[in-house]
Design a protein around this ligand. Structure first.
Ligand code: ATP
Length: 435
């Protein structure tokens, strides 16, 4: 094991002041209790990479819950303890969260004359992890603060850009690691190390993913779909033969052209500010299913327990994208903007990346952008309050009047709020009878 590398300077550089402060205080709290405490897992990897990671995971040789309580007391935090597992979360008033786990001390009975030995419990804890790059820790104790704990060559693999399991049965023991291998490989543009790749292929051939609960599978799949490079990850899943286990019944090559452009499409729409508040993973989910029948799409929504609202968005998109595409981008199309806007707005925004990715020509993407801008800028300035101020009582006609003025704006018939008001008064006069 390489003990001795001290990365305290890197920690000070690459962690925020808040994380740094928490780690110092965790070390002090442990000293007070006579425990040893480490930061472990992804946070260590990301300190070494210089990539921001705000998830602080602590591992304690000692009583993790007692340490969580001491840490909480040092900063007005609250503790949520799971006594059964010896784990706890510390929640600070500023929303900062720290996960604390207990590294159990394990005793091994050796045969013959050898004594009972206590194996280092941080080592045991790290050995249970997925890949070498995720199996490092940093000592937080007193004079050892910042000492890197790297039993399995994680730092070396990080430098070489390699994803490597710690033991041969790793994927058999936990098949969700197959998805994690792809996620880390593509996220950091690393490579799955040759021996590990062989184990991946063996595990896929043995169909180990069939044994994983749908909940755990979805949890890892969703992690992939939330990554900015999800499209590349899905492609890798296909090349490794994993795709059919996560999207059963969906033929990858039918959706590949769209998925391969989706990372970029999402990035563009985000840059144009049209995806605020949108669940990114749902954009990928919709794109992956756009070629499926509504029945098959509904089946996958059920399989992964999407809620009603999410399922509706998927089905709406799957059923309607073709019509939107063919109407809006027809050559020599002379339909009014309001009609095109109406079609686009009937789709959930989660389907916009799919549309954009399907548009092959630059002029088509340009037109989509122009329409989205027009829709945004045409939002009328008058609202229901104005209609009320004219003495009308709220009713269905309010909605219709506001829709009508909005259409008129989209089609350029009214241009400012005075014209909007005149338009509304005229509209209400014409619909006297219905009010
Ligand atoms: P991210 O940057 O995506 O949050 P992370 O490494 O923090 O990456 P988590 O899923 O939060 O990912 O897991 C935290 C740590 O727990 C990992 O770094 C790894 O050490 C360990 N871990 C998580 N899932 C597994 C697993 N299935 N098998 C083994 N170890 C795991």
């Amino acid at each position: 094991p390489s003990r001795g590398d001290n990365i305290a300077d890197l920690m000070r550089h690459n962690l925020g002041p808040r994380e740094w402060d928490i780690l110092r205080r965790a070390g002090e709290a442990a000293a007070g209790l006579g425990y040893r405490v480490f930061a472990a897992g992804g946070v260590v990897r990301d300190i070494l990479l210089g990539a921001g990671n705000l998830d602080v995971d602590l591992v304690v040789e000692g009583d993790g819950i007692a340490l969580a309580e001491a840490l909480a007391a040092s900063g007005e935090g609250r503790v949520r303890a799971h006594r059964h597992f010896g784990t706890a979360e510390v929640l600070f008033p500023d929303g900062f969260k720290v996960d604390v786990a207990t590294a159990r001390v394990e005793y091994y009975e050796f045969p013959a004359a050898l004594p009972r030995v206590e194996s280092s419990s941080i080592r045991q804890d790290l050995y249970r992890r997925d890949f070498t790059i995720n199996a490092m820790a940093v000592d937080l104790n007193g004079e050892h603060f910042g000492d890197l704990v790297d039993y399995f060559g994680g730092r070396e693999d990080l430098q070489q850009g390699l994803i490597r399991v710690l033991y041969n049965l790793s994927f058999i023991e936990d098949p969700t690691r197959l998805l994690r291998a792809v996620r880390f490989e593509q996220r950091y543009r690393f490579t799955i190390e040759p021996q590990t790749l062989k184990l991946v292929q063996e595990a896929v051939q043995r169909e180990v993913l069939q044994r994983v609960s749908v909940e755990r599978l979805w949890d890892e799949l969703k992690h992939i779909l939330m990554e900015p490079a999800a499209g590349k990850m899905l492609d890798r899943l296909d090349r490794l033969g994993i795709w059919p286990f996560v999207f059963p019944g969906v033929t990858y090559w039918e959706v590949q052209p769209v998925l391969s452009g989706l990372d970029r499409a999402i990035k563009m729409l985000q840059d144009w500010d049209f995806l605020d508040g949108v669940e990114g993973w749902l954009c990928y989910f919709i794109a992956a299913l756009h070629w499926s029948t509504p029945e098959a799409a509904a089946e996958l929504c059920r399989r992964y327990h999407l809620n009603k609202r999410q399922t509706e968005k998927v089905l709406n998109s799957v059923q309607n994208w073709r019509q939107v595409l063919s109407t809006v981008w027809k050559q020599n199309n002379h339909r009014p903007n309001s009609e095109l806007a109406h079609l686009i707005l009937a789709l959930p925004r989660e389907a916009y990346p799919l549309l954009l990715s399907l548009l092959e020509e630059e002029w088509m993407r340009h037109r989509f952008h122009q329409l989205l801008l027009l829709i945004r800028e045409s939002r009328p300035t008058v609202d229901g309050k104005y209609i009320k101020s004219l003495g009308y009582r709220p009713g269905p006609v309010f909605r219709r009047a506001l829709d009508a003025v909005w259409q008129a704006r989209l089609d350029g018939q009214v241009k400012n709020s005075d014209e909007e008001k005149a338009f509304i008064q005229e509209f209400l006069r014409r619909h006297q009878g219905e009010i």
